[in-house]
Design a protein around this ligand. Structure first.
Ligand code: NOJ
Length: 589
């Protein structure tokens, strides 16, 4: 999209938003540092263990900040670090105001923030806004202290549910694992089978609404269109849902006061129930954003929403592309679209299936919908889905091709810890703390050194949170530091290029210049002012070529290369031949 188009959109946006009920939701308050930021995400249990118990902790993270800085990234997002029941990797929070003792103390968060800031790094925490643990005091009090108790309406309770909902509960009983089933399903309070939080004297209601796992009762932000025949469906303006909003602001204030720079918001789209078009949920976040801008200017809000076209207008600076939320992304990076598989030699496009086309069309539309107010974030992977090095996509060259893609798209890249060294997604691991087998493989300990416990912990390998896979030492920071051609040094170079050449960065224009119907090579240009770059990929095993019209191009200077490619510029045309598994970034002169 050109700047002119962006400016026209900006004016349109301001005019339209002044007419709509969400008026003024533009947020030019996005902090400057975000505009060129690359994020690094850390699963705290697996990054660095300072006390030898086999589980990562905050002091461990502090001890590795120099490494994080050396990658060239600008900010860290950490998954939840709060007191938890540990049935969902920390996303079942018992105390939102306290660091889980296994990670350290609240004071350690302050130290982490100070140490990060000294190095020019920002720190974002995870805000689990939609649910708590069923062991949270609020929930237990809500269940037991009657209808007038302070927490009575922090959750959604009823005594009567439909026979369909009863069957759903029954179905969950037969599952081996703590399955999530659908968001917003009912749970029988005397009938919980996750953990030991069964509450025998619950008098608030027989059933509560869950958000994800059974152990995660949904917090009550009200219903968009309450059904008068269902009294548990409170309007968003009711005292319970309003108290919940105040509590959320309180949690944010608490951590902002400790110096954190922002939040990634878990399931941000899930707060208001029965909110089909998300209008009420958007209004809620708009309120949060306005409150934040007034009280804590300069902080960043990152949504796990999966619809940047909604999340950004609602007040978020950034929203994620996640494979299950933007199917076009799954189709592009996984052969079957299923989380467990990456097909043979196949990523980006399995010939004839049109996934490049669908991705490009969706991505253009999301860029248009969010620019110039916010950003789409395409992560390398995360704690919920497989790493870059997964399935049959398993060579360093293939990983480099993928990293070139992630780090040359507009929007904000998020690098999952370990992807920068091409750590392997480990198959067939047990489910740990609600990870289920398919999420364990992307949560294994960071591999620092070629030692049995990978330099992650002084504990013996069998005591580690999850096992490591060193591949003879190749998949460690220590080994890759020594090799200028390693995935680690390659990734560092990509991040450096992104920062040094704004056209390649978060806000440069993006245009796919090859046919969307012919998979390879895929070439896009990135432009800012009078600088243009071409990024070319051939992720398939077979060689391929193309000819592009570029009337202004005189020569091409390669800035980053994977595999072999030949490019010739003649009479305003670029002739490009690429070997299998290759990716190039060219500066166009
Ligand atoms: C999304 C988180 O990323 C995931 O790990 C978690 O299980 C669910 N939300 C529930 O909080």
């Amino acid at each position: 999209m050109t700047r002119l188009k962006a400016n026209i959109l900006k004016i349109l946006f301001i005019v339209l938003s002044s007419l709509s009920p969400l008026s003024g939701f533009a947020h030019p308050s996005t902090p400057d540092w975000v505009k060129s930021a690359v994020f690094y995400d850390i699963y705290p249990s697996s990054f660095m263990d300072s006390d030898g118990n086999g589980i990562g902790d905050i002091k461990g993270i502090i001890s590795r900040l120099d490494y994080v800085k050396s990658l060239g990234v600008d900010a860290i997002w950490m998954n939840p670090i709060f007191v938890s029941g540990w049935f969902d990797g920390g996303y079942d929070i018992i105390d939102f105001y306290k660091v889980d003792p296994r990670f350290g103390s609240n004071e350690d968060v302050r130290t982490l923030v100070d140490e990060a800031h000294k190095r020019g790094l920002k720190v974002c925490l995870d805000l689990v806004a939609g649910h708590s643990s069923n062991k949270c005091d609020w929930f237990i009090k809500s269940a037991t202290e009657g209808r007038d108790g302070r927490y009575a309406d922090y959750y959604i309770w009823t005594d009567s549910i439909s026979s369909k909902d009863l069957k759903d509960i029954e179905k969950r009983h037969n599952e081996k694992e703590p399955i999530s089933s659908k968001t917003g399903a009912w749970v029988g309070v005397k009938d919980q089978f996750i953990g030991d939080a069964c509450i025998p004297d619950a008098d608030r209601g027989s059933y509560y609404l869950k958000n994800y796992y059974v152990c995660q009762p949904a917090l009550n932000y009200g219903y968009a269109n309450p059904d008068p025949t269902k009294p548990w469906q409170q309007p968003v303006s009711a005292p319970g849902p309003q108290a919940m909003r105040r509590e959320l602001k309180n949690i944010m204030s608490f951590w902002y006061d400790k110096g954190v720079d922002g939040f990634r918001v878990d399931m941000a789209q899930s707060l208001v129930k029965n909110d089909k078009d998300k209008k009420e949920t958007m209004k809620l976040w708009k309120e949060m954003r306005d409150w934040q801008d007034t009280n804590y200017p300069g902080k960043v809000l990152i949504a796990e929403w999966g619809s940047p076209d909604k999340a950004v207008p609602a007040g978020f600076d950034i929203d994620f592309y996640l494979p299950w939320l933007r199917k076009v992304y799954a189709d592009l990076i996984w052969e079957t679209g299923k989380s467990k598989q990456v097909g043979p030699g196949a990523y980006f496009e399995k010939s004839g299936k049109g996934s490049i086309k669908r991705f490009v069309e969706q991505f253009y539309s999301d860029l248009e919908a969010t620019s110039p107010y916010g950003y789409v974030a395409v992560p390398s992977s995360n704690h919920d889905y497989p790493r870059v090095n997964a399935g049959t996509r398993n060579t360093p060259e293939e990983v480099k091709v993928f990293m070139t893609f992630i780090l040359t798209l507009p929007g904000i890249p998020f690098i999952h810890y370990g992807d920068e060294i091409g750590m392997r997604n480990v198959d067939n691991l047990p489910s740990v703390e609600g990870s289920r087998a398919e999420r364990s493989g992307t949560r294994t300990p960071m591999q620092w050194k070629n030692e049995p416990s990978a330099g992650f912990s002084s504990a013996s390998p069998e005591k580690l949170y999850l096992p490591v896979f060193l591949d003879g030492g190749k998949l460690t920071v220590e080994e890759q530091e020594k090799d200028s051609g390693s995935v680690l040094n390659f990734t560092r170079n990509l991040i450096r290029l992104r920062h040094e050449h704004p056209a390649l960065g978060n806000e440069g224009d993006w245009k796919v210049v090859t046919s969307l119907d012919k998979p390879y090579p895929m070439v896009y240009t990135r432009t800012s002012g009078n600088r243009t770059y071409a990024v070319a990929f051939n992720p398939s095993a077979a060689a391929c070529d193309t000819e592009l019209d570029m009337p202004d191009a005189k020569s091409l200077v390669p800035l980053s290369a994977v595999g072999k490619a030949k490019a010739k510029v003649k009479n305003g045309k670029i002739r490009l031949k690429m070997d299998g598994i290759s990716a190039y970034i060219y500066k166009i002169n």
